[in-house]
Design a protein around this ligand. Structure first.
Ligand code: NAP
Ligand code: HSE
Length: 432
């Protein structure tokens, strides 16, 4: 172990050296002198585990350190900190658990792992007296985990609303502002290193749900998992929705929403119309932002680059720094000890009260509008704004509603879907 006075380097074992891991190697190399001064000992990359030894890597990486044998990292007792930037559930879970059992502090950017096993890993780290740090798991370079863990430690988070998936925000922005197709925009996000190895995790909303589970752990002390988070992605959003949203004074963003609802918590991930005048509406491209509402503090918003090699590396290396300093000072585990969780039930989405954007594609014939209005009225849904325009087949009847209960709205939409005048399924997007 590292003593309080020794100049022995803090030795790091890296699991993975792709987009994020490559950024970590680059930052550790470029800022080595400064980082060493801050820790009081050099940070040394001891070993780097990858799958394919022959793959091209960042030029800063010393190829002699690269291995495909996990034992050379996990079985090396001289390694002090394991930095996991591999992704996926297995073998990441097994290897992180093993590192914790061997009393090695762990830094990870793996939100899928944390969403599935976060509370268990935190408890294991706590029991082992070491740190499990995960700033890179949410919001790329935005210090949201620290903010919740430290700055909000004295307050109570009432709600959070975040743009937490850089790929979704990038794709929606490119479609809205540059007229890119969905596929073109996803390809671009992949080329820039924003997307997950499986981009369906991004565009399907699952990555945002993973992040929301991690945020809820800190913001609401909630022990939950992404299966209990109602999740929708952005595949169903069409260019016409962006245009019509703009016409009503909104933009479409992919949001993660959490709210402390007393005994229960509200957690959900979905695209939403947000008013053009709000700060979140102006968070574009790969930028992420998380708006928090503290009971005592009131509103607070953090924004910055939410994906990509260097922004994420900034968060990961900041964690390495904290963990290394704690080791050198002989007080590992403080970071993780502050995280307290209990099981919190998630409010069913059926019970949500929200406003809605509805786009009906229907035949252009007398009585259709009246029947739509009747079905909505029967469900207690009232219309706020409405326009009608020609569609390739029939017309688009587009409206925003006043607040309605989701279950009641869905009943009305089922009744409307059964009508013969419906040309295509109705688009439904929540308005926040
Ligand atoms: P990536 O580019 O695919 O890199 C993954 C790295 O892990 C690669 O070096 C890969 O080896 C290695 N690896 C994967 N499975 C392995 C295994 N079983 N054994 C040994 N090595 C293995 O992924 P990434 O974009 O850097 O993401 C890594 C993690 O960071 C994920 O959890 C992701 O969710 C998270 N994250 C990513 C971003 C981002 O902007 N990309 C931002 C925040 C958090 P090879 O190179 O040989 O294939
Ligand atoms: N794929 C993720 C995103 C990476 O696009 O936000 C950052 O967590």
């Amino acid at each position: 172990m590292i003593s309080g006075t020794s100049q022995r380097p803090v030795r790091l074992g890296l699991l993975g050296c792709g987009t994020v891991g490559g950024g970590v190697v680059k930052l550790l190399t470029d800022n080595a002198k400064y980082l060493g001064m801050r820790v009081g000992a050099p940070l040394e990359i001891a070993r780097v585990l990858v799958r394919d030894e022959k793959k091209e890597r960042v030029p800063e990486l010393d190829r002699k350190l690269v291995t495909t044998d996990p034992e050379l990292v996990l079985g090396d007792d001289t390694i002090d900190v394991i930095v996991e930037t591999m992704g996926g559930l297995e073998p990441a879970r097994e290897w992180v658990e093993r590192a914790i059992e061997n009393k090695r502090s762990v830094v990870t950017a793996n939100k899928a792992l944390l969403a599935a096993h976060g509370p268990d890993l935190v408890e294991r780290a706590h029991a082992a007296g070491i740190d499990l740090a995960f700033e890179g798991s949410v919001g790329g370079g935005i210090p949201i985990i620290r903010t919740l863990r430290e700055a909000f430690a004295s307050d109570w988070v009432r709600s959070l609303t975040g743009i937490v998936n850089g790929t979704c925000n990038f794709v929606l922005t490119r479609m809205n502002e540059a007229g890119a197709t969905f596929d073109e925009a996803v390809k671009e996000a992949q080329n820039k290193g924003y997307a997950e190895a499986d981009p369906e995790l991004d565009v399907g909303g699952h990555d945002a749900a993973h992040k929301l589970v991690v945020l809820a752990m800190l913001a609401f002390g909630a022990r939950t998992d992404s299966k209990s988070v109602p999740t929708e992605g952005i595949r169903a959003i069409e260019p016409i929705d962006h245009r019509l949203a703009k016409r009503f004074g909104y933009v479409i963003k992919h949001l993660a929403v959490g709210r402390d609802a007393g005994e229960q918590i509200e957690l959900r991930v979905h695209p939403a119309l947000i008013a053009q005048s709000t700060p979140l509406a102006n968070v574009s491209g790969v930028l992420n932002a998380i708006a928090l509402e503290g009971a005592a503090l009131g509103p607070c918003m953090l924004s910055g680059r939410g994906a990509g090699d260097m922004p994420t590396a900034v968060s990961v290396v900041a964690d390495v720094l904290d963990v290394a300093r704690a080791l050198r000072s002989g007080v590992p585990g403080l970071m993780t000890r502050g995280i307290q969780m209990q099981v919190r039930k998630v409010v069913p989405i059926d019970e949500l009260r929200s406003r809605y954007f509805l786009r009906f594609n229907v035949e252009n014939k007398p009585g259709v509008l009246a029947r739509i209005a009747l079905a909505l009225g029967d469900a207690g849904v009232t219309v706020e704004q409405m326009v009608q325009e020609e569609a390739p087949s029939g017309v688009h009847v587009v409206m925003t509603t006043h607040q309605a209960v989701e279950k009641e709205l869905r009943k009305a939409l089922v009744a409307i879907a059964a009508q013969t005048f419906v040309v295509r399924p109705t688009q439904v997007i929540r308005v926040v």
